[in-house]
Write a protein that binds this ligand. Structure first.
Ligand code: ADP
Ligand code: RBF
Ligand code: MG
Length: 398
């Protein structure tokens, strides 16, 4: 073990193979929007249960499950699929990159590490998904698509084909995957896998993932909350050199806007730390399910901009049922501001959400996060985002 508790890699990583949907791209938010639209056109509302079904299966089976859960009648799963598919095809290019992807891709490219994509997406859809992303097209010139192999994941075909095309033994290929089927496929190909689950249940990866074993020569060696926690040196790759005061810069910043609503009433009371909870309804279509962690950035309320240390996630200490966005504004206010609009431009990643043995330990850690925030936001790279026009948009013209 090294001093930071990680195991330095004894394995050689000569190439990194990435899954696309849920690993490189946040396609889930887009799929949910389209499903929501189609469901609404049949007079129904997409419940959270139906939303989970919509994401967990292949399209026709997903529509079957959604239709039966929401009692949509007079439409076959095929009909619903035919209504949703053109909407998706028109919008795939809107799917955003997941946090940490752009940074890791650029870093590996700079160090000459070959990259490849192993995706179940057909080639034509891949082209649409990356249509407006010249950087990703350049990074992933080598790709194996769903319609280019006989057997899809969890079969190893796509990974084996890529190893051959890269001219490398599978043992030297590191795979980044979000889904259990993808992890199984890469494992069957004899590759080491870093799993970054995108489908969470109450903040925890579903129990379909193997427990990671860091020093095994194939299979899941690491399970990460997000790619912002990926430390290349743990996998035999060059370390990042871009951290600022121990934080990871976010390009672009994570921008979130919404109404301040009542939370659990325990921030000030139990912890002595007020957090302005952002309305979940405002977040649903703007914030990927997979985005969690503790961030530093700028917040605006009532025309003023403040430093903020912000938690995004399920608060493992309390085991919340729903994900919350909770900025602690590093300023003393005379009154509360429920109902106000709050706008966040989060510029730095501090750490993943964690569980703590006591409330005191949680409180101490949150104060340490605030210290990191005050310190880091003083640096030039972060100060400039104080003027992010997103924070103080011009008032609408009459
Ligand atoms: P709740 O559980 O309703 O979020 P909290 O105890 O966390 O209650 O208090 C949060 C509320 O306190 C915010 O919604 C806001 O109106 C007010 N508030 C006062 N000072 C701050 C601050 N420095 N940062 C965030 N919210 C604050
Ligand atoms: N909750 C957790 O369960 N684990 C954490 O690691 C955690 N970190 C936080 C860091 C910051 C900067 C803030 C403001 C909050 C954090 N919280 C965390 C959330 C805290 O539990 C929550 O704000 C209170 O429970 C009030 O709802
Ligand atoms: Mg709160």
């Amino acid at each position: 073990m090294s001093s930071d508790g990680s195991t330095p890699s004894e394995f050689k990583t000569s190439a990194v193979i990435w899954d696309l949907d849920g690993t490189v791209l946040d396609t889930e938010t887009l799929v949910l929007e389209v499903v929501h639209h189609v469901v609404q056109s049949h007079g129904k509302v997409l419940s959270p249960e139906a939303a989970t079904l919509a994401l967990g299966m292949r399209p026709i089976e997903a529509w079957q499950a959604v239709a039966s859960t929401l009692n949509i009648t007079g439409q076959s799963p095929q009909d619903l699929y035919e209504q949703s598919e053109p909407l998706l095809q028109d919008r795939w290019h809107e799917a955003p990159l997941l946090p940490g992807v752009a940074r890791l891709v650029a870093h590996l490219q700079q160090h000459g590490v070959p990259l490849a994509l192993a995706t179940s997406t057909p080639r034509a859809t891949l082209n649409r998904k990356l249509h407006q992303r010249a950087d990703m097209q350049a990074a992933f010139k080598v790709a194996c698509c769903g319609d280019e192999v006989v057997n899809g994941k969890p079969a190893p075909d796509c990974f084996l084909q890529l190893a051959q095309r890269l001219g490398l033994p599978p043992s030297e290929c590191l795979v980044i995957e979000d889904s259990p089927a993808g992890v199984a496929a890469a494992t069957a190909a004899g590759m080491r896998v870093v799993a970054v689950p995108s489908m969470l249940s109450n903040g925890k990866p579903c129990d379909l993932y193997d427990k990671p074993v860091p020093d095994r020569c194939s299979g899941c060696i690491s399970l990460l909350p997000s790619l912002l926690d990926f430390r290349p040196e743990q996998f035999g790759l060059p370390a990042f050199t871009d951290t600022i005061e121990g934080t990871v810069p976010l390009h672009p910043p994570l921008r979130i806007a919404g109404t301040v609503v009542k939370g659990f009433g325990r921030g000030s009371k139990e912890l002595g730390i007020p957090t302005a909870n952002v309305d979940a309804g405002d977040l649903r279509t703007t914030l990927a399910e997979a985005v969690t962690g503790i961030f530093a950035g700028w917040a605006s309320v009532n025309g003023q901009v403040y430093k903020t240390a912000c938690s995004i996630g399920w608060n493992p200490v309390f085991g919340n049922k729903d994900k919350t966005v909770e900025p602690w504004l590093l300023h003393t206010f005379d009154t509360d501001f429920y109902g106000a609009e709050i706008r966040l431009s989060l510029v730095a990643y501090i750490r993943p959400e964690a569980n703590f043995e006591s409330l005191e330990a949680l409180v101490a850690r949150i104060h340490a996060d605030a210290d990191v925030t005050r310190q880091a936001l003083g640096s030039e790279a972060y100060v400039q985002h104080r003027d992010d026009p997103f924070l103080l948009p011009p008032p609408p013209q009459p």
